[in-house]
Write a protein that binds this ligand. Sequence first.
Ligand code: ADP
Ligand code: MG
Length: 226
Amino acid sequence: ARELLFQSEKIDLVSNMAASVAHEIRNPLTVTNGFLQLLRQSQTITKDEQKYIEFSLIELKRAEGIVSDFLAFSRPQCANMVYSNLQAETEYVKNIMTPYANMHKVQMQLSFRNNLTLQYDKNQIQQCFINLFKNAIEAMRETGGTLSVDVIEDVKAVIVKINDTGIGMGKEEIAQLGRPYYSTKKEGTGLGMMMVYSTISKLNGKIKVESEKGKGTTFIINIPAA
Ligand code: ADP
Ligand code: MG
């Protein structure tokens, strides 16, 4: 229990810093990226210099990935608090993830059977869904497939089921989910699921994972109504 406490204190600390740092870092990253793109087009640089620019661009992209996975990872903020049923957030995330889904031949299906209201931080829930949708799409990137999201109502809770037909996970992999920096991807940050677990636990919610290697994965998120 002591270790758990330390763990959650650590995550709180990280989340406070991340909120302010992420926004501030994004601008210089964008500017640097722009200048490197210009430099890359120069006619006078050598092959070696060209290579250094490519490496720099790859590393910048990595930094950008970390910032993206983290952007809304902060304490709930009053200005962002809403009472709602998650439909608007789910639809918003579907819209912004559509190009990424198309790129990987993934169909997205949403369904809603829910009238309960929750109180939550809009930005954090969106970020949480972005991370879950992104992982689902990436799990299907070799094959294409279907991402189904169902928002349904239980007696006093809202249940969100996020199902993909992707590569799936074994028991050991499921056990690692949410551990900072755990990633099986070449370009992964291993921060997305940590953000998801942290956000859902702030809402007193629970996450169940059902997965089978080669078949796909379902995340079942249960959030008690306000
Ligand atoms: P990242 O996506 O940067 O690797 P995450 O914290 O988002 O980091 O996810 C951690 C790991 O959990 C992923 O690298 C992947 O191995 C596994 N994972 C998460 N979601 C899924 C999924 N839907 N299907 C298969 N594996 C998943
Ligand atoms: Mg991820």
